[in-house]
Design a binder for this molecule. Structure first.
Ligand SMILES: [Zn+2]
Length: 293
């Protein structure tokens, strides 16, 4: 369902954790904001807007930066903000990476629900895709086309029995966001050493990621869903798409895309002026409901 008015949170939220890649402890404070302020990170008193112009790193996660200041792994929090319809918020953070928590977005969603959602006295603004846009990279692609709603599809295609050749579509109308929000990040045991040599995944463990060794899952609790990995890719896609600065109305299909291609897609729809900004009253939404009510 779609929201009609802009939203923020009712009260501050504190979240503690560690960074997946940095391994460092981090404290994050989510602070209510006024209409049209948007989503902004705050590092050492400086504002880093959560929009594509500030996205500078795409290796296994999405990093925003301004000068020397950085905020890494923003995508799961961004998707939680999208799912709960939050348009305006400040996220003050005392380290360089958003906490990974359990590797999914569900704890962010739960914390936002607990704090409560404040409906603001301004109409929400949607980015309505008006033409087809496609980006390619080495046999991967992301294609967007106009639609009455928002859907995000991920098509995974790996030589691995567990992940294999699977597709999952998130449809905003079905409000099936909890399925996607619960899907954890994953990696292959074979990659762990390489990631750590690159200075990544220092905070990674079976508490915050699904780890595959060949066709088996090393986590004792197993997978949350048979198709948890592909659902997680949908989660990442939705979080990165929200760096457009507005929720998108359109059908987005990613064939094996990752953070870099997600960002290229967002840049291209901006460069090609492929969307119009519209109020719900101009779009004619019938659902006056809320995703989290
Ligand atoms: Zn992710």
């Amino acid at each position: 369902m779609f929201c009609i008015n802009q939203r923020t949170i009712k009260k501050e939220i504190m979240i503690k954790g560690i960074g997946l890649h940095s391994g460092q402890p981090v404290n994050m404070r989510l602070i209510p904001a006024d209409p049209n302020e948007g989503i902004n990170f705050v590092r050492k008193g400086e504002i880093i807007p959560a929009v594509i112009d500030y996205a500078t790193g795409f290796e296994f996660s999405t990093t925003l930066s301004k000068g020397d200041l950085k905020v890494g792994t923003v995508e799961h929090l961004m998707s939680a903000l999208f799912f709960t319809g939050i348009d305006n918020i400040y996220i003050e953070i005392d380290a360089e990476e958003v906490p990974i928590l359990d590797g999914s977005a569900i704890e962010f969603v739960e914390k936002i629900k607990q704090a409560g959602i404040q409906i603001l006295n301004e109409e929400k603004i949607y980015a309505v895709l008006k033409k087809e846009v496609i980006v390619y990279e080495n046999g991967k692609f992301i294609k967007g086309k106009p639609s009455d709603t928002f859907t995000a599809t991920y098509h995974a295609h790996y030589n691995n029995r567990i992940i294999g050749n699977r597709k999952y579509t998130y449809s905003h109308l079905k409000a099936d966001f909890e399925n996607v929000a619960k899907a954890r990040t994953y990696c292959f045991l074979e990659e762990v050493e390489m990631l750590q040599k690159m200075g990544l995944a220092k905070g990674g463990s079976l508490d915050n990621a699904v780890v595959f060794e060949g066709d088996s899952v090393l986590n004792p609790e197993g997978l949350r869903f048979d198709d948890e990995p592909v659902k997680h890719k949908v989660l990442d896609l939705i979080g990165d798409l929200y760096l457009l600065g507005f929720p998108l109305i359109g059908d987005v299909y990613s064939y094996k895309g990752g953070h870099r291609l997600n960002a290229a897609f967002v840049r291209k729809i901006i460069d090609e002026k492929a969307f119009d900004l519209k109020y719900p009253s101009q779009i004619g939404f019938k659902n006056h409901g809320s995703l989290v009510a």
